[in-house]
Design a protein around this ligand. Structure first.
Ligand SMILES: [Zn+2]
Length: 408
């Protein structure tokens, strides 16, 4: 007991000593009037020189004084470099390539979009759209659902030769060439339409325009890497100069619309069409599912006597010629009911106690036939009966059947 008290007091002394030695106030790198060079985490801290005497500014990141929206700037300063390094590593971009992309517009358009569009743009930009190339680690299938191509990547989405995809692409290109629909430079819209056509055909990207600024933008976009990045929404800053030179409205506003158009008017409709081809009515997956449902319903019809109780066998009455006339949704729900009934019947069969028979079983399966009754022997029956009858016997009293003649 004494030893325990000693230990406790030692612990308290230690705790107090630690508390006393701890420096007061927040950690040095959080104090507002200090800064560090960011070159090394161990670089010495020094007192900030204020921008002018009497200034109330409290935060400086790099060479920039921050006087408003400090939370955003702190977040960008801490997370920005990590995000940049991640994007460069993921997409194999050099510093020059990374700096050529107009990230400002990408951020602005994404911030204004709703959640579903933000998800779509994020997946599109980082190659996470669930095309079969991405899902193959789950399904082991990378085959394009619309054509014989064995590896459906995001790049393939923009050049798939499936007839529905081609007609959707033609529709988009026709809309780009239609006059007066957008407040965007027509030269650039026509160039984008040409790029779409040439990319989908697998040709070299060579727009017919002679405008030097547009040609410079196309060249800079080509320098970024593959043209797939263009359809994913990585647009280079040179497009802004091209907008400025070819249209009289604000270039920033045009770039904003251009970014939206690339994502929501070009990539999004093609992605939706691909999903229709992959999963919509008439798709291969749809046909396969219909076949599977038909097979299962016919199987239930064949085995209904073993699987279902007599009062539910009517559920499995459908034969092949009746099943093929059903809509897929009806087939699916019919099969679901059959599965539920079979499971319930199985459970019921296993919950009866040993050797107990259900009423239904008794009625439908009465068991082995009984042996025919023995021919009656009246004399023996009478004798047996007399043996069983207990009478009050007096000593030396004879039984009545011994007195009378036995009946033969
Ligand atoms: Zn395809």
């Amino acid at each position: 007991m004494l030893q325990q008290q000693e230990l406790q007091s030692n612990f308290i002394d230690k705790y107090i000593a630690q508390k006393k030695n701890r420096p007061r106030g927040p950690a040095p790198h959080y104090t507002p009037y200090t800064t560090c060079t960011h070159k090394s985490p161990r670089a010495p801290f020094h007192i900030l020189q204020m921008p002018y005497p009497g200034s109330k500014a409290v935060l400086k990141i790099g060479n920039k004084w921050i006087t408003a929206r400090t939370k955003k700037h702190l977040y960008n300063a801490s997370q920005g470099p990590k995000l940049r390094a991640y994007i460069q590593r993921r997409h194999d971009l050099t510093d020059a390539q990374y700096n050529s992309v107009n990230w400002h517009t990408i951020g602005a358009v994404r911030r204004r979009s709703d959640l579903s569009k933000q998800r779509f743009t994020c997946k599109l930009m980082h190659g996470l759209l669930p095309v079969n190339h991405v899902r193959q680690h789950v399904t082991s299938i990378s085959q394009c659902p619309g054509c014989p191509c064995g590896d459906e990547t995001i790049a393939h989405l923009f050049k798939c030769p499936n007839s529905r995809m081609v007609s959707k692409r033609d529709e988009i290109i026709a809309a780009l060439r239609k006059k007066g629909l957008r407040k965007l430079s027509r030269k650039i819209l026509c160039t984008v339409a040409e790029i779409m056509e040439q990319y989908s055909e697998g040709e070299e990207i060579k727009p017919t325009t002679k405008h030097p600024d547009v040609l410079r933008a196309v060249h800079a976009q080509g320098e970024l890497g593959s043209w797939e990045d263009f359809f994913r929404g990585y647009l280079v800053k040179e497009w802004k100069a091209a907008f400025h030179a070819t249209h009289n409205s604000d270039a920033d506003m045009q770039f904003d619309q251009f970014q939206q158009m690339m994502w929501f008017d070009i990539a999004w409709p093609q992605w939706m069409e691909r999903n229709q081809v992959a999963k919509g009515s008439g798709s291969n997956a749809d046909q396969l599912e219909n076949e599977m449902l038909t097979r299962q319903l016919v199987w239930y019809h064949k085995h209904k006597d073993e699987l279902l109780p007599i009062h539910q066998r009517d559920m499995a009455r459908l034969q092949l010629h009746q099943v093929v006339r059903l809509r897929p949704a009806t087939r699916r729900s019919w099969l679901n009911h059959l599965k539920v009934a079979t499971k319930a019947w199985d459970r019921q069969k296993h919950t009866v106690s040993r050797d107990q028979r259900t009423m239904l079983d008794y009625i439908t399966n009465p068991g082995p036939p009984r042996p025919p009754p023995r021919p009656r022997n009246i004399a023996r029956e009478a004798r047996d009966h007399a043996d069983r009858v207990v009478l009050r016997l007096e000593p030396n009293q004879q039984r009545i059947d011994n007195v009378l003649d036995p009946v033969e």
